[in-house]
Design a protein around this ligand. Structure first.
Ligand code: 3PY
Length: 252
C-alpha cells in the first residue's frame, strides 16, 4: 500500500507522523498495513541522517515515505527529496508565493529549480539513467502544503491556482491557534474554517489532507472528502497503548 493508491485510484490513504528516530518502527507500521509514514523533521529530534534510514525502511516495507521539513526552505526540501522521500510536506504556507517556492524547490527544470545531484539515494547513487532521472523525479515527487494560518485561509484561492501542488493539508492544531483557540480542534469555528478549505480545495480538484487524533475524527473528515489522513503520532500511540496496559495491570 502506498500513496499511489490515493493519487491514481482516488482512494483514501492513512499514515502516522513519526517523531521517534527508529527504522524498525517504520517496518512495524508497514507490517500493520498503513499506506505511508510522515517522518517529522519539524517537531522533534529527527535529522536527515536518521530520516534516510527511515525512508529506506519505508521502501522495504511497502510504504510511501513523506518528510515534513521544518520550514519552507529550498535546501531542506531538496535534501529530503535527495534521500529518496516520495513526498515533501511543507508547513505554514500562507501565500501564492510560498506555494510557488515549494514547487520551485521540489521540481527540476522546466517546472522548478531543484538543486541537481545525481549521486544521491533518490538517483540510485547515479545508477538511474541521466536523462530519465530528472523526468521521473518530476513525475513521482509529490508536494503537500500546510494551510494552517489565517493568512493561508485568506489566500486559499490564489494558493489553489499554483501548478505542482498535489495535496492541501489542513493543520488543525496550528489553525486553531491562529483563530485564537489553541488546541481546540473540535471548536465549531475551527471546524467551519476547515470545511471551507476542504470545499474550496476539492472544487479546485485538489486532494485534501488533515491530521486526526483518533478513528472517529478520521471517519468524520473522510465523510467530508478528506483523503490524506495523517493518523496521530507515534509517541502518542505508543503512550496510549502502554497506558491502557498499565492501567489494566495495576487496577485489575
Ligand atoms: C497541525 O495540526 O497543525 C499540524 O501541523 C499537524 O501536526
Amino acid at each position: 500500500m502506498t500513496l499511489n493508491r490515493m493519487f491514481e485510484k482516488k482512494q483514501a490513504a492513512f499514515g502516522p507522523f513519526l517523531k521517534l528516530p527508529n527504522p524498525a518502527l517504520v517496518e512495524i507500521i508497514g507490517i500493520a498495513g498503513f499506506d505511508f509514514v510522515i517522518i517529522d523533521c519539524e517537531h522533534g529530534p529527527l535529522d536527515m541522517l536518521v530520516a534516510e534510514e527511515m525512508v529506506r525502511a519505508a521502501k522495504l516495507s511497502g510504504l510511501s515515505a513523506v518528510i515534513r521539513v521544518s520550514e519552507n526552505n529550498p535546501a531542506l526540501i531538496s535534501r529530503a527529496l535527495d534521500i529518496g522521500a516520495d513526498a515533501v510536506q511543507v508547513p505554514q504556507v500562507s501565500t501564492r508565493t510560498d506555494a510557488e517556492k515549494v514547487v520551485q524547490a521540489a521540481k527540476f527544470a522546466p517546472l522548478g529549480e531543484r538543486g541537481v545531484c545525481r549521486y544521491v539515494r533518490a538517483a540510485g547513487y547515479s545508477s538511474v539513467d541521466r536523462q530519465a532521472y530528472f523526468t521521473l523525479a518530476n513525475q513521482n515527487t509529490r508536494t503537500i502544503i500546510h494551510i494552517e494560518g489565517e493568512e493561508g485561509m485568506e489566500n486559499i484561492q490564489d494558493i489553489l491556482q499554483v501548478e505542482g501542488i498535489d495535496v492541501i493539508f489542513i493543520g488543525p492544531y496550528d489553525l486553531s491557534q491562529s483563530l485564537g483557540l489553541p488546541g481546540q480542534v473540535d471548536h465549531p469555528l475551527v471546524v467551519a474554517r476547515m470545511r471551507e478549505i476542504i470545499d474550496r480545495a476539492r472544487e479546485a480538484g485538489k486532494i485534501v489532507g488533515t491530521f486526526v487524533d483518533d478513528v472517529d475524527a478520521a471517519r468524520k473528515w473522510l465523510a467530508l472528502g478528506v483523503q490524506y489522513i495523517a493518523y496521530s503520532v507515534d509517541t502518542g500511540i505508543i503512550y496510549q497503548s502502554f497506558k491502557e496496559i498499565a492501567d489494566s495491570l495495576y487496577q485489575g
